[in-house]
Design a protein. Sequence first.
Length: 116
Amino acid sequence: MIERVQEPTFLILTALATGPQHGYGIIKDAESISGGAVTLRVGTLYGALDRLAGQGLVELDHEEVVDSRLRRYYRLTDAGRERLAQEADRIRRQAEAALARLRSAGPAPQAPAVTA
């Protein structure tokens, strides 16, 4: 059984699915993908990128200097794409199961009215 991917990792992999990005771009994309629910901190991002690189899921694409600062661009590896696809499929299956159960249970019971 493959270990479940934590939400920040899922968002990082998803952000990189469309192509290489630098750290700030990944942070902004992850925030957008999550609908504003998750804002990655810089330390969290770079710790996760180091771990994902160690696992062979992402790699350094290229570096450039912008305004005298080094900007590193990361990209998904083939293994990273496969892992993201597996995790997205796992989440989809679980969401479908939850929705099917909600539909079969019918409407939620109404709470009794409170009178004072």
